[in-house]
Design a protein around this ligand. Structure first.
Ligand code: SF4
Ligand code: SF4
Length: 342
């Protein structure tokens, strides 16, 4: 997480537009007509699909574990502040998203597909025109509403116990961009070679959603858009402010790159002050964890107890605890370190 950010998100990249400033890749596969679990799992590995919502895990393994699920959820509850790329994909690439969703549902045997989106985003009218075959469910436009556990909680009305995976309750939850990639491969025979993302530089009023080739350097992306970047005054934040990290011009676009924000350095960094035991981080954690006591344990290397490990397993590094901390303590960075003991 990039600490406290004072960005005015009153302006966002327009999700009605999804630019593609690069040449269309050539067809590589013949596509896929027959969706059955075996061929589909191999197909997902062949196209190189990993969780494009940010997890980066092999999608074939998730689908394999989810065989027998009754419901597929299309996760369009994009909630990282400042990112609108998922909504742009939902609106502009519905053919691919729907094809990917139907293929996943068929592969696991799901009989119901739910499109999960957030309040205040794309209108239900626009969604119904494109995804009328699916059920609709709205979620609060509040970070981290798009986390799988919170989606599961709203859909079932029950709090998932620690360690539960959605498939254990019969759900497969797939991010919109992963489904787009599946649809693109099935229909066009193109593997995962491109990444829709939000690109913004608020200081010059630049806000866009665009499809960028995977593997391109950030320098090359900025050259295409004629954005000049001075590392002494600005930083590049990859994949949001809550779960993302700082990158350099020589880093490349990954399959999991959700966004690139070019921000003034003085808006992104605040000095850490001592913990006042105010408890705000505990109250804010969406999973009811106790972030600062976890941090204390990690710092004192008291990481062997089952209770500690259970809380660390649950934590999905959403960064809410860091964001609310009035002392600007980078809690989530320490939690990230703590995950290494699992
Ligand atoms: S990062 Fe912080 S707020 Fe988010 S789940 Fe972990 S402990 Fe809770
Ligand atoms: S919010 Fe910050 S200051 Fe308050 S208890 Fe948590 S870590 Fe300490």
């Amino acid at each position: 997480m990039l600490r406290k950010i004072t960005i005015n998100w009153n302006k966002l990249a327009d999700f009605r537009v999804l630019e593609n400033p690069f040449p269309n890749p050539e067809r590589i596969f013949s596509g896929l007509d027959d969706i059955n679990p075996e061929t589909f799992l191999d197909f997902l590995d062949d196209i190189g699909l990993v969780g494009m919502g940010g997890s980066g895990f092999r999608t074939s393994e998730k689908i394999k574990a989810s065989i027998g699920a009754h419901t597929l959820v299309i996760n369009g509850v994009e909630c990282e502040p400042g990112i609108t790329a998922d909504q742009s994909v939902l609106l502009n690439d519905s053919l691919w998203v729907a094809a990917g969703a139907n293929a996943c549902a068929k592969a696991v045997g799901a009989t119901k597909v739910i499109l999960a989106t957030k309040d205040g985003g794309i209108s239900l009218d626009d969604l119904n025109k494109r995804y009328g075959e699916f059920s609709m469910e709205r979620f609060a436009a509040k970070y981290p509403a798009g986390a799988e556990k919170l989606i599961l909680k709203q859909l079932t009305g029950k709090t998932p116990p620690p360690g539960l995976r959605p498939y254990q309750w019969g759900y497969l939850i797939q991010n919109v961009v992963s489904l787009r990639a599946i649809g693109r491969a099935i229909i066009d025979g193109i593997p995962v070679m491109e990444r829709p993302l939000t690109l913004t530089m608020p200081s010059i009023g630049f806000y866009k959603n665009a499809v960028i080739p995977v593997g391109l350097t950030i320098r090359e992306v900025l050259e295409v858009y004629k954005i000049s970047f001075d590392p002494s005054t600005h930083l590049i934040a990859d994949s949001g402010l809550m779960m993302g990290h700082e990158v350099s011009l020589d880093d490349v676009i990954e399959k999991t790159t959700l966004s690139l924000f070019i921000l003034k350095r003085d808006s992104a960094w605040h000095d850490e002050r001592p913990c006042t035991r105010c408890g705000t981080c505990n109250t804010a954690c969406p999973l009811g964890l106790h972030p600062y006591s976890l941090v204390e344990r990690i710092k004192k290397d008291k990481v062997s107890s089952a209770a500690f490990k259970a809380q660390m397993t649950e934590c999905f590094l959403c960064g809410v605890c860091s964001a609310v901390c009035p002392s600007d303590i980078p809690i989530v960075q320490t939690l990230k370190e703590g995950k290494k003991c699992l």
